[in-house]
Write a protein that binds this ligand. Structure first.
Ligand code: HAM
Length: 421
């Protein structure tokens, strides 16, 4: 039997309601902030990610699913959503439209990583992007949207907001020099990746997962000490806004993020409930991405949350979630009664009741067992006598009480019961 590829997961019908809870919450919260959905292709030209996400990031250097299509073009399954949204924003002429432009997405993304709990090769993200606003208020709105989303999922008490500023090109160049000066005496002892990062993007060294390298990164200079006046003022204003909005945060100078496009604000919501893959949501400002893609410079900020990780946190936190059970199960005692059951089921569904009926010619006992397994609230039994009378016993499964109700009145009877309780 062919098995599922490593690092991927089936979402089974029995857990669909969990996914729907997260997705529905994402849509509702995004709507409250005026974000509308955008859908972009699952694959893009490789060049988009190489330029956008950045050719010194692990994602681009090691983790992309890249292949040549039959026309010989280099194509990549999207490792994240931001670059595709940026491309769509420019390509569809939205830079000239009403700003700020606000869009959200629910997507699957692909990274060739070593799978473990909370880390998959195909995973899912809820992301939001805001273009055109350079003010700290836009960063605040993105962060507040993210926080409200986590609050609506009832996991705000087990996640923490970590915030940092990685400055602009000018202050990062100064910081890069300071990092080079700091790492220069140790660089020969560090991993191959760090040696290449040293030349291309020394900030990346701070993100190295190698235990040996981490020993050197611990005492490295801090980006916040190198911020230029404008970047510092931006960061201070953002912190002030979050304080006024009552959202607690921790300034964490260690956050550099795994993608190269960020400038100024970066943030992550982390938890200690789900092991090593503790970041459930990450984002930041990326004011230079559009010009890197040869488009008119446009300030931008956004975030993405990993749905699998959110579900792990909700499970660990035992967030009470209940699936809606069938309202009615219609049991049939013979062929004609089953047929009648099928038609009655259609009437009840027309009235908005979740209804199931026997499709397997089971015995009455087996049908009751199945109805019980489904958790159906009511069971209606139809036999020859019921057909003749045009009425059936409607049994309430919780207390086993039943009442004789005319077929055409069953939907009203059940709805009336729900209204009373
Ligand atoms: P990211 O930090 O690479 O940022 O991913 C965002 C979130 O996706 C992570 O915090 C994590 O929850 C989830 N995630 C990432 N990789 C995996 C994986 N292999 N398995 C399971 N979950 C994963 C971005 O993707 C940026 N595009 C976010 C952004 C939007 N920045 C600005 N706008």
């Amino acid at each position: 039997m062919i098995q599922i590829p490593k690092g991927t997961k089936d979402m089974l019908p029995s857990e669909a309601y969990l996914w729907h809870t997260v997705e529905d919450t994402a849509r509702e919260v995004a709507k409250l902030y005026g974000f509308k959905e955008i859908r972009t292709p699952t694959f893009e030209h490789t060049e988009l990610f190489a330029r956008g996400v950045g050719d010194t990031s692990d994602i681009v250097t090691k983790e992309m699913y890249t292949f040549l299509d039959k026309g010989g073009r280099s194509i990549t399954l999207r490792p994240e959503g931001t670059a595709g949204v940026a491309r769509a924003f420019v390509e569809n002429g939205l830079q000239g439209g009403a700003l700020p432009f606000k869009a959200y997405y629910l997507i699957s993304a692909f990274r060739y990583e070593r799978p473990q709990a909370g880390r998959l090769r195909e995973f899912h993200q809820f992301g939001a992007e805001l273009y055109g606003a350079a003010s700290p208020a836009a960063d605040a709105e993105a962060i507040l949207l993210a926080a409200r989303f986590l609050r609506e999922l009832q996991i705000d008490d087990c996640v923490e907001l970590h915030l940092n500023s990685i400055g602009c090109k000018t202050c990062r160049a100064r910081y890069g020099e300071a990092l080079r000066a700091y790492f220069r005496p140790h660089i020969e002892e560090m991993c191959e990746d760090c040696r290449s990062r040293f030349e291309k993007n020394p900030l990346r060294i701070l993100d190295c997962k190698n235990e040996h390298c981490k020993r050197f990164t611990a005492g490295a200079p801090c980006m916040l000490d190198y911020l230029c006046d404008d970047c510092r003022a931006h960061f201070e204003e953002l912190k002030g806004l979050l304080e006024k909005a009552g959202l607690p945060y921790t300034v964490d100078p260690r956050i550099v993020r795994g993608l190269d496009y960020y400038s100024r604000t970066v943030f992550e919501f982390t938890t200690d409930l789900i092991g090593a893959q503790s970041t459930v949501l990450g984002g930041g400002r990326y004011d230079t991405l559009l010009e890197q893609m040869d488009a008119k410079p446009t300030p931008a900020v956004g975030f993405a949350a990993g749905l699998e990780r959110l579900l792990l946190v909700m499970e660990a936190r035992e967030v009470p979630l209940a699936e809606r059970v069938p309202d009615v199960y219609i049991a049939g005692l013979d062929k004609e009664s089953r047929e009648q059951g099928l038609l009655l089921a259609e009437e009840l569904r027309e009235a908005g009741l979740i209804t199931e009926c026997d499709l397997m010619d089971r015995s009455l006992k087996a049908q009751f067992k199945y109805a019980d397994k489904l958790g159906a609230e009511f069971v209606v039994v139809i036999g020859e006598a019921e057909r003749a009378e045009g009425a059936a016993e409607v049994r309430h499964m919780r207390d086993s009480r039943s009442e004789r109700v005319k077929f055409q009145e069953i939907s009203q009877y059940i709805k009336g019961y729900y209204r009373r309780t």
